[in-house]
Design a protein around this ligand. Structure first.
Ligand SMILES: Cc1cc2nc3c(=O)[nH]c(=O)nc-3n(C[C@H](O)[C@H](O)[C@H](O)COP(=O)(O)OP(=O)(O)OC[C@H]3O[C@@H](n4cnc5c(N)ncnc54)[C@H](O)[C@@H]3O)c2cc1C
Length: 396
């Protein structure tokens, strides 16, 4: 009897973990599709921009030992009623579909930003832009980073570390450290000062024009502008549902199945998971890896006639690199609320680097060995933290 066909759409952190967990059970013919032939380490894009060479994972080569086929193509539409994908190289049918198409930095909420600024959305793009940044540094040019999230913080500090002569300004509509413990906040502020990065808080970008950004507090001229006001889920999920959250993520059940179609599973940055914490589950490879693994396990369970397992996850730490020599590791409750303990400086950088290496090696090693090497903290261990936060926020 032929096995059911499972198509995994997207070879990022979530897609590779789904492929690994599904393939090891040998219950399906698994095909993974991606528009790129490589697994890219998105979490190191700022390093690429700073001129560092960052390895990529050749998808066909990584997937082969696990018996997963790779198809290099972009998906242009999904037709759930026909269980079919339309791709740049023709249609592909499926019995089960796992959507792990991730997200992109979306600057379209700021008028003029897509035309007059750059966003870090692919390794090639970062590589292409790197010489311009270097040239700018040689002339002591002005670099403006719009957006006060962790991506921009890592980018600003990485570039200051590599190119100390750049004049870097980081623009944020809020306090970028508000979700960190006081010790971490103090460390971040001191580090930015030492790195001569100007942080402008309570500045909302209203419009980006050629060479100038209009903000709620006045105009800021720049030579080059990088915008990262937030992530938006890859638009392909629009094709399968109109039940999306504010980040364009498709709403899923607690077992990661698309609401209304239990043959479609969604994991990683594309999934709006019914998280019990005080704020929506943030997008990150820290979440994409376990979600992808759970989606793969659940598809295999369904094929075997077993019940899928609800996804259960809790945070432990939040890691931020500040160039290559410093970092901040904030310990957290399961619901991502900051605890008191913080690792800073070289210790923070060391931990962050190990975490980054782990995110590259774990999918590769699992696919190569067929072993379940990756484990993640689940909710029972953090249940009380989450309950406490929900009560705290309900009580204001
Ligand atoms: C500079 C930077 C630093 C970051 N640092 C951190 C960090 O420190 N910690 C953390 O947890 N997160 C971090 N993130 C976020 C993290 O990279 C993402 O949350 C993570 O990559 C999401 O994983 P994913 O598997 O859902 O999707 P992705 O990694 O985005 O992979 C999606 C895949 O789907 C493919 N795809 C998309 N659409 C199509 C299509 N139509 N057809 C075919 N293929 C398609 C893409 O080519 C890609 O390979 C950072 C992001 C950036 C940009």
């Amino acid at each position: 009897m032929s096995k059911p066909k499972v198509v995994i759409l997207g070879g990022g952190y979530a897609g590779l973990m789904a492929a690994s967990r599904l393939a090891r059970q040998q219950v399906a013919d698994v095909v993974l599709l991606d528009q790129s032939p490589y697994f890219e380490q998105r979490i190191r894009y700022h390093q690429v921009l700073a001129g560092t060479s960052v390895p990529r994972g050749p998808l066909a080569h990584w997937l082969r030992p696990a018996g997963v086929s790779f198809a290099h193509r972009a998906v242009t539409a999904i037709e759930p009623e026909k269980r079919r994908l339309l791709t740049t190289a023709g249609p592909i049918d499926y019995d089960f579909l796992v959507v792990t198409t991730g997200s992109r930095i979306d600057s379209s909420s700021i008028p003029g930003a897509p035309e007059h600024s750059h966003s870090l959305n692919s390794q090639n793009q970062c590589q292409t832009l790197a010489p311009s940044i270097q040239q700018l540094a040689q002339t002591g040019g002005r670099l403006l980073l719009v957006g006060g999230g962790l991506t921009q913080l890592e980018t600003a500090t990485e570039l200051a570390n590599r190119h100390p002569s750049l004049h870097i300004t980081l623009l944020s509509s809020h306090n970028p450290f508000k979700n960190f413990a006081p010790k971490a906040e103090q460390y971040f502020r001191n580090h930015l000062q030492q790195a001569r990065i100007t942080l402008l808080e309570d500045h909302r970008a209203l419009e980006v024009q050629q060479g100038v950004c209009r903000t709620s507090q006045g105009a800021l001229p720049f030579d080059l502008c990088l915008c990262a006001p937030g992530f938006k889920a890859s638009p392909i999920v629009n094709r399968i549902t109109d039940q999306l959250d504010e980040h364009g993520r498709a709403k899923v059940s607690d077992t990661l199945q698309l609401i209304g179609d239990d043959r479609i599973w969604i994991a990683g940055d594309s999934a709006a998971f019914p998280w019990q914490g005080p704020s929506p589950l943030r997008m990150g490879c820290a979440v994409a890896l376990p979600m992808g693994a759970q989606a793969g396990e659940n598809v295999a369970a369904m094929i075997k006639g077993n019940d899928p397992t609800p996804f259960s996850f809790g945070f432990l730490i939040r890691c931020v690199s500040l160039g290559r020599k410093a970092g901040v590791v904030q310990t957290t409750q399961g619901d991502d609320k900051a605890k008191k303990r913080v690792f800073t400086g070289a210790a923070g950088a060391w931990i962050k680097e190990r975490v980054c290496r782990m995110t590259f090696n774990i999918p590769r090693w699992e696919l190569a060995t067929g072993l379940r090497l990756y484990r993640w903290p689940s909710v029972p261990a953090i249940h009380q933290d989450i309950q406490r936060s929900v009560i705290d926020s309900a009580e204001g």
